[in-house]
Write a protein that binds this ligand. Structure first.
Ligand code: AMP
Length: 193
């Protein structure tokens, strides 16, 4: 199965992706995690992305699309994957549509994790204390939410039109959110492959 998790920062995408990995044995492709690894390793991509990420800005589309395209080609992604944090712009969504049509593997379901913004901000502020992520500062959080509304929220209509969008009530304990995701997968009769 090939899934996308959409939703503002703090919606719980990472948490739900982890549960999907454990339950369905598919890989999580988190562009945020991949970029943070590149920053830690000091690769050319990491050097380019570091300041952009610290500010809460978006890394250029061509950089992120290249990372995802390479990753989707790896053998462990053949059985399926969960995209977490990608696509974030219409250009990324178009590039993804093209990549998947080339390998003849369409998306199964696009989940939109819906949470009120005040809840998302509260969760991010808590995470700032617990995990110390460099972009969980008040300024970077505000920027990331602004960019979500401007650049990423329009993708909801894109996938609704494509017919594979499912809205999920994300303002609940993670276990309940996961149960709703699981029900939607069962209803859509999405199989593991
Ligand atoms: P995340 O872990 O998904 O919250 O992403 C952390 C940061 O990585 C974002 O604020 C962006 O700076 C960068 N990033 C992650 N995914 C993307 C993407 N698809 N497009 C552009 N920038 C991204």
């Amino acid at each position: 199965m090939r899934l996308i998790l959409l939703g503002p920062p703090g919606a719980g995408k990472g948490t739900q992706a982890q549960r999907l990995v454990t339950t369905h044995g598919i890989v999580q492709l988190s562009t945020g995690d991949m970029l943070r690894a590149a920053v830690r390793a000091g690769t050319p991509v990491g050097l380019k992305a570091k300041d952009i990420m610290d500010r809460g800005d978006l890394v250029p589309d061509d950089v992120v699309v290249a990372i995802v395209s390479d990753r989707i080609d790896q053998p462990d992604a053949r059985n399926g994957f969960i995209l977490d944090g990608f696509p974030r712009t219409m250009a990324q969504a178009d590039a993804l549509d093209e990549m998947l049509s080339e390998i003849d593997r369409p998306l199964s379901v696009v989940f939109e994790l819906q949470v009120p913004l005040d809840v998302a901000i509260e969760r991010l502020s808590k995470r700032a204390v617990e995990e110390g992520r460099r972009d969980d500062t008040p300024d970077a959080i505000a920027k990331r939410i602004e960019l979500y509304n401007q650049e990423t929220a329009p993708l909801v209509s894109h996938y609704r039109l494509a017919g594979n969008l499912v809205g999920i009530h994300g303002d609940r304990p993670a276990t309940e959110v996961f149960a709703e995701i699981q029900d939607a997968l069962d209803q859509a009769r999405v199989t593991a492959s």
